[in-house]
Design a protein around this ligand. Structure first.
Ligand SMILES: Cc1cc2nc3c(=O)[nH]c(=O)nc-3n(C[C@H](O)[C@H](O)[C@H](O)COP(=O)(O)O)c2cc1C
Length: 214
């Protein structure tokens, strides 16, 4: 009888050990499962947002940027900064317009050039301007007009069938009064809505409205 009880106790101990072992392995499995769930929950979010952003944006950037030129004249750097922002948003190429000869007396000579319709010689840091279908043209407002170098740039190149997008920086005037040279010198180009870009925050919504970026 005593032996029977001992056997029974031994069997119960073994059964109990098995049950405890099973619980232990289940809780270990759960903790892996939980950490797997955490990993899976965060990974697809990151992966799917990366995956949805990368393939859809990459071809757009490439196809758009390869066809966009951002040409600008800048005397003290403000317009250049705007041009660089536009290049970052669009992936377009930058081209700096410079006067071939520096001004002697800027105030006198620059105003006289604009009033007389003089077209001073310029250099442009890109040769194949007409390979681009969309050309941003940026400049500072001088006496409520575009500097004469912009007139040279527009007159020297054939923009027929292309889209020109003017932008400027200024102390206070907006771009409106300066825009007449675009239709005068490039009658066969489409002139898109220009921007007075004195606030860099205006650039992105303007590009979106134009349909240049999404
Ligand atoms: C010669 C000259 C004439 C200017 N005329 C005007 C003007 O008529 N209206 C205006 O709002 N700002 C005028 N400005 C201010 C510039 O348009 C402004 O500082 C612009 O942001 C400069 O751009 P930049 O740094 O690219 O040269 C003039 C500046 C200069 C140097």
């Amino acid at each position: 009888m005593k032996t029977k009880r001992s056997m029974l106790a031994l069997v119960m101990v073994m059964v109990l050990s098995l049950v405890l072992a099973a619980c232990g392995s289940a809780s270990t499995k759960n903790s892996f499962e939980n950490s797997d769930i955490e990993t899976i929950t965060s990974t697809p979010e990151t992966a799917s947002s990366d995956a949805s952003a990368a393939p859809s944006e990459e071809p757009d950037d490439t196809s758009k940027g390869s066809n966009i030129l951002i040409a600008y004249f800048s005397h003290t750097g403000n317009t250049e900064q705007v041009a660089q922002e536009i290049a970052e948003y669009t992936g377009g190429d930058l081209a700096e317009i410079q006067r071939a000869e520096e001004y002697g007396d800027l105030q006198e000579e620059a105003e006289a050039e604009i009033l007389d319709g003089t077209r001073p010689d310029i250099t442009v840091s890109v040769e194949n301007i007409t390979d681009y279908d969309t050309v941003f043209v940026g400049y500072p407002i001088w006496w409520d007009e575009a500097p004469a170098m912009i007139a040279t740039f527009l007159a020297d190149n054939d923009f027929s069938g292309k889209t020109i997008i003017p932008f400027c920086t200024s102390a206070s005037d907006d771009i409106g009064n300066s825009l007449h040279i675009f239709s005068e010198l490039c009658p066969d180009a489409e002139i898109a809505e220009g921007l007075t870009a004195n606030d860099l925050n205006d650039i992105e919504p303007w590009l979106q409205e134009l349909g240049i970026i999404g």
